[in-house]
Design a protein. Structure first.
Length: 282
């Protein structure tokens, strides 16, 4: 049952409980990027992953499966994380690729390209320069972090009208962003379950850490058996997560503890990690 984030126990303060739950288990750790691994910034292209946190993720990926599940394009988030040896699920899980140790591949929604192209063109005609229209392979993000509060209702009405005219598409919310995605029964939660099945794990092996509304699908998908952790100070927003973390720095601290807990390297996830991956060519 979703609860207010402020009512959720802090994962760092309750580490002993989490450690008891995870100790001795084989894990799949699912991580969002913006707002979870990297602080949210005014313009999405400015987001950067701290080098120290990158090192922590690299060490964790030697002992467990790690999947970065982001709203960004897969090649974009892969370049920003810069680690080979983890799984990247871009566009909220519409585009998934695994590391050399387990070459997974799953991509859906290509048939919606025409509808997304048309929606993008209309948005550019109707919206001003104080919003950022970010086109991705299987979605469109309309960022409005710089927009005055008084103008947000008008923006929402315009975006809703653009989507309403295209039954192939649907609208999702987020932190200062509207996401336009294909009208398919697919989201971060479905992507998490697909990856667990592909890797041969049950839901009790899943640790999901994210901060946004779109991460709620993933929290809900593993809520009865897995461990969901929301990155949110202490708001009244309701979440299906079990625990909360204050910020990206706290995420790093928790991942360090999880890595130390998994003292025996997980042989199935033993792919070598390299410094950078090249974006996939179109």
């Amino acid at each position: 049952m979703p609860r207010a984030v402020a009512a959720l126990p802090d994962a760092i303060r309750h580490w002993d409980d989490i450690a008891a739950r995870l100790r001795g288990r084989r894990l799949v750790v699912f991580l969002d990027f913006d707002g979870t691994l990297a602080p949210i910034v005014e313009r999405p292209e400015l987001a950067r992953l701290d080098a120290g946190l990158r090192h922590v993720i690299a060490r964790l990926a030697e002992r467990a499966w790690v999947a970065i599940v982001s709203g960004r394009d897969r090649d974009d988030v892969a370049a920003r994380v810069g680690l080979e040896g983890v799984i990247y699920a871009g566009n909220h899980g519409f585009d998934i690729a695994g590391p050399p140790a387990r070459p997974l591949r799953h991509r859906i929604g290509a048939e919606f390209t025409g509808a997304l192209d048309a929606a993008e063109a209309e948005l550019k005609r109707r919206l001003g320069d104080d919003v950022t229209i970010e086109r991705k392979r299987a979605s469109i993000a309309v960022h409005y972090r710089r927009l005055p509060e008084a103008r947000i209702p008008a923006l929402a009405a315009t975006v809703e009208a653009v989507v309403a005219g295209r039954p192939e598409l649907r609208l999702k919310g987020g932190k200062k962003v509207f996401e336009i995605v294909p009208r398919l029964d697919w989201d971060k939660g479905r992507a998490v379950l697909w990856l667990l099945d592909a890797l041969g794990f049950e839901r009790d092996a899943a640790v999901v850490i994210g901060d946004d509304v779109t991460d709620e699908d993933a929290f809900a998908a593993i809520a009865d058996k897995g461990l969901g952790i929301i990155v949110d100070g202490a708001s009244e927003r309701r979440s299906a997560a079990r625990y909360r973390l204050e910020d990206c720095a706290a995420v790093g601290h928790l991942l360090e503890r999880v890595t130390a807990l998994l003292a025996t390297p997980e042989s199935s996830a033993g792919a070598a990690l390299t410094a950078r991956v090249e974006p996939e060519r179109p």
